[in-house]
Write a protein of this length. Structure first.
Length: 141
């Protein structure tokens, strides 16, 4: 048996649940989590996007207020750690079901952009169903 932990974007949760149900894996636990990856929580747009927005606003005679990210670029103030809200799905599946469950998660959550998430697959030594006393795969399915 394996434990699958997937950390995904919040707005992708309904689609992910539907994809897993259609693939035959309706049992899961969901948590609200926060974290950051290589970008260290920076969710600002790129400099090119900011320049384009500034040009558009300047042509309309609108004064832009600096965002925290642009302010930090222009100043030497220390940046505080920002954490991005995500959803974590945890599910236990038999060994032969791992590939199908991971593929269902990947099919919905792959956008090609930073922040798509992570999937972790871990071995699971044993499982017990408290109500009936079933063990291992009978307790998971």
């Amino acid at each position: 048996m394996k434990e699958i932990c997937a950390v995904i974007r919040r707005d992708k949760l309904p689609e992910t649940k539907m994809a897993l149900e259609e693939a035959g894996y309706p049992s899961m636990s969901i948590q609200s989590v926060e974290g950051r990856g290589r970008q260290k929580g920076d969710v600002a747009c790129t400099l090119a996007d900011m320049d384009q927005d500034a040009a558009t606003c300047n042509s309309l005679h609108v004064k832009l207020k600096p965002t925290p990210s642009t302010y930090a670029l222009e100043h030497t103030l220390p940046k505080y750690a920002q954490f991005v809200p995500k959803r974590m799905i945890t599910m236990m599946v038999p060994d032969e079901a791992v590939e199908a469950a991971v593929e269902a998660i990947m099919s919905v959550n792959t956008t090609g952009n930073y922040g798509d998430g992570r999937i972790f697959v871990c071995p699971l030594d044993s499982a017990e169903r408290i109500r009936t006393g079933e063990s291992d795969e009978a307790a998971v399915c």
